[in-house]
Ligand binder design. Structure first.
Ligand code: HEC
Length: 123
């Protein structure tokens, strides 16, 4: 004897309308389009300097510089404040960041946070 739940479930499986079958595709398209149309922060004006060491997309370009892509925006914002205010006393980063406003730091933090991190192997 087949349990009633299976009898109920079977007929609707084949009767899904075409639009319902297209839903996963639509969802995938939306996710693909999302960073371009909604979530992408504007490219910060000060990014050029940072890119020399951290890359435009947060993948480090020099030995010793950390990858920043996909890091939490709150963490990046706080780290940048610490360099600016001298609580992190790393001359290289302090010189790079300079006397910037909180708004600038926020822009940079959101930019790097929105980048896709790359899987990293051992160099
Ligand atoms: C000359 C190379 C260089 C430049 C230019 C530079 N950085 Fe850095 N950055 C570094 C290095 C090296 C570190 C690691 C410092 C340390 O040990 O704290 C670092 C650390 C950081 C961190 C902390 C990461 C963490 O995980 O704690 C952030 C955030 C950051 N940089 C953002 C920026 C931004 C934004 C800019 C542009 C305004 C910038 N950096 C410019 C070399 C650079």
């Amino acid at each position: 004897m087949v349990p009633p739940s299976r009898i109920d479930a079977a007929p609707c499986m084949g009767k899904r309308p075409a639009w319902a079958r297209a839903l996963p595709l639509l969802a995938a398209a939306l996710v693909a389009a999302w960073p371009v149309h909604a979530a992408a922060p504007a490219r910060p004006a000060r990014l050029g300097l940072c890119a020399a060491c951290h890359g435009e997309t947060g993948v480090a370009q020099i030995p010793g510089a950390p990858h920043l892509a996909g890091q939490k925006a709150d963490y990046l914002r706080e780290a940048l404040r610490q360099y600016r205010d001298g609580r992190r006393n790393v001359p290289l980063m302090r010189a790079a960041i300079g006397p910037v406003s909180d708004a600038d730091l926020d822009e940079l933090a959101r930019w790097y946070s929105a980048q896709t991190p790359h899987v990293q192997g051992n160099p």
